[in-house]
Every structure is written in C-alpha cells, then in structure tokens.
Design a protein around this ligand. Sequence first.
Ligand SMILES: *Cc1c(COP(=O)(O)O)cnc(C)c1O
Length: 435
Amino acid sequence: MKNTKITLSDSEIPEYYLNISYYLNKYLKKLPDPPLNPVTKQPIGPADLSAIFPMELIKQEVSLEEKIKIPEEVRELYKLYRPTPLIRAHRLEKFLDTPAHIYYKYEGASPTGAHKLNTAIAQAYYNKKEGVKTLATETGAGQWGSALALATNFFEMRLVVYMVRVSFDQKPFRKTVMETYGAEVFASPSDKTEFGKKVLKTDEKHPGSLGIAISEALETVVKNKGYKYSLGSVLNHVLLHQTIVGLEAKKQMKKAGEYPDIIIGCVGGGSNFAGIAFPFLVDKLREKRKIRFVGVEPASCPTLTKGKYEYDFGDTAQMTPLLKMYTLGSGFVPSPIHAGGLRYHGMAPLISFIYNEKLMETVAHDQKPVFQAGIDFARTEGIVPAPESSHAIKAVMDEAVKARNEGKKKVILFNLSGHGLLDLNGYDKFLHHKL
Ligand SMILES: *Cc1c(COP(=O)(O)O)cnc(C)c1O
C-alpha cells in the first residue's frame, strides 16, 4: 500500500528552533545589514526596541546561536496541533499526469487554520513571562489576529487588533473568531489613533494596508504604558519560530525516504516560506545540496520581483526602525486582492538577503490562475486552500507540469500555509466570474 500521510508523534515535536543567522554567518561569512535608527542612521541597540518588545524576543532577533530551545510550556501548547501532517499529493500528481512526487506540509491543521500560531504561542509566552498584560497588533486577512487572539487567551493576556479595512469587510467571520478568543478588533484605518484619523481624512473609505495597521498598533503601544507590540511576520524572531515547520518536514521526508529537489512557499512577509525552507537551506549551505527554493508572490504586490533592495520603514507612518529589505515603498497600497496575507510592501530582511545572495528564486502570479490552482487542489486533495497558499500551489503545479514535459522525476515539497474556509468570499467571486 502506498503511503499518503507521514505523521510524527508528540514526542517528535522539535525541541529547538533553528537559527539561520548562525549558518549564514558560518558558511557565507556575512549577515543581513542591521536595522537602523531612522534619526541617527546608526544600528539600533536592544534599548531602542525594549519599549515595544520583551527582552527575550529582542535577544532572539540578534542571536547567532545555532539553536534556540523551545520552552516546555510552548511545546505543551504545540501538542494541541503539532506535529502537523506531511501529505503526499497522489491525487494531484495523477491529475497533472506528472512523474513528480509532490508533498505538502499542512499548516492549516492548526486550530486557527494557518502557520501563524507557531510564533503567536511563542511570542505570547515570552511577553507573559516578562509581565506584559496587553498586546497590540495588526492583521491583514485576520489569520495573524486569530492566532495571537488564541495565544493571548491561553496566557490570560488582553489583545487589541487593528484589522485592514478591506479584509475586515471581505472576511467578517475572522473578526468573530478573534472575538471568540476574547480579542478587541478595530477596522484600520480607525478613529482610535491619531494616524488612523489622519488617513481617514484623506479618504473616509480608505481600504487600509498592513503598513497603516502596523502604525496604528504601534501608536497604541507607545501611548499606553505596559502595552507591548507583536508582529506576525518579517522579523528574525518570527522566522525563527516558524522553522519548527521545516524541522518537522525534514524528519517526515526522511521517513518517506525522499529528499526535496524543489521547495516552494508563498511569500507575504516571508515567515511560512522561511519556516519550511531554512532547515533545508542549511544543507545547501553546508553540503552544497542542489535544492531550488521558490518564493511565490502576487503580481499585484511584487515585493521581490519588482521591489528595490534598500532601507525602508516597516509601516506607513514611518515609526519603525529602518529595515534593509526588498520593498515597494512604505506608502505602497496594494490593490484589494483576496490573498490579504500577501499584501505587504516589504519582505523579511532574512529572505531579502537570501534572495539577494541568489540562494532562492521568486515568481509572481495573478489572482485568477491562483484561484484556479486552489480549486484544482480542492477537487483533487480535498482541502480548500487559503488564497495565499494557492500561490504556492500554482507554482507547484507549473513545476510538476515542467517535470512531465522534461520526463524528470522531481521531488517537490511545499508549505500549505493555511486552509481557506474563511476565505470563501473570494472563491465565490471566482466561481461566479465576478473577480
Ligand atoms: C499570513 C499568511 C501568509 C503570509 O505570511 P508569511 O509571513 O509570508 O508566511 C501566507 N499564508 C497564510 C495562510 C497566511 O495566513
């Protein structure tokens, strides 16, 4: 009998996160340029960040340790849904008539439906440990907000969420999920902050953007003593926590007796891609393994394919430190596509660095073929994928067809970052030709 699901037991949940900076430093002898203070243009120190992040996360942000231990309390919560399954997409392979072997790591198996909970639990834990009682954050599609709402609920903390207006309107049920876990949710731009009010003055129906929502969350933290801020992607510590995905996948691929030729993930801020890719990237750096890494982005927010590699702000009000990254400009407002989680003007500094070093490739796809790929996947594999994840699926299908045309057996691994059961508005529009 051929195997479809490759599972691991609770005790096989990794005990450490993998720190890619250690390996970049060791094998490339270089690291991404550091974040800068926007006024002095000097590299920022821990003190510059201590107003918004707990010290343990600041340490992780700059750590050059090879591994960082996952606290027992965090592993205990991971057991609710980890290890997530690795699934061989036999039916999709057959549908594409391809000799390629396609595997996906299913992060939609988390209670909130995406990979975001992996870092949400860790971030809530470290904040709680340092006495923080309230977190503020932004959310695009609502995946990050839902994950942090559940995580703060587990650690008995409060959460305030600024949700990008267009998603707030397209995905009203995500707000209900966040409120179910006890979070307070505002559509952004909101009238709760000075910056939100300023944006609303320019356009009272402004669709919002992640950059604007980040500014609102930061303003809230700066103005309320004892609040801290939490970010769902982009920063080194977030990518670090997501490596649990690739560490598990590596064990599972070994069980399956295969090793990937191509690893694919969608890229918004870069965290789910980093999560699946970094543990394998180590093999490329250390043993010169020939693996192709492909990040997939929306053609309407082409940060890597069309952006510039330069210092830019992480938010629209220009409150964050300057980050060296591929960026479309901190004022960029992407068109309201349905993959809300991919509508960010910048890219994680670590992913930007790796792309600039030509260790990964990137491809951009339009929304319609992406939805078609999502529907093909749902009809073969059963899971309705998140529109973000469908970007990865589109690229996977293209690679599998290429393998067929070249008559090559390729092993393709991708991160199915989340399910799309709260994204049905987009599916409905696509199916009824209203997209
Ligand atoms: C948030 C999200 C993304 C994009 O964020 P990354 O940090 O690039 O991973 C992708 N897929 C899903 C399902 C998401 O919720």
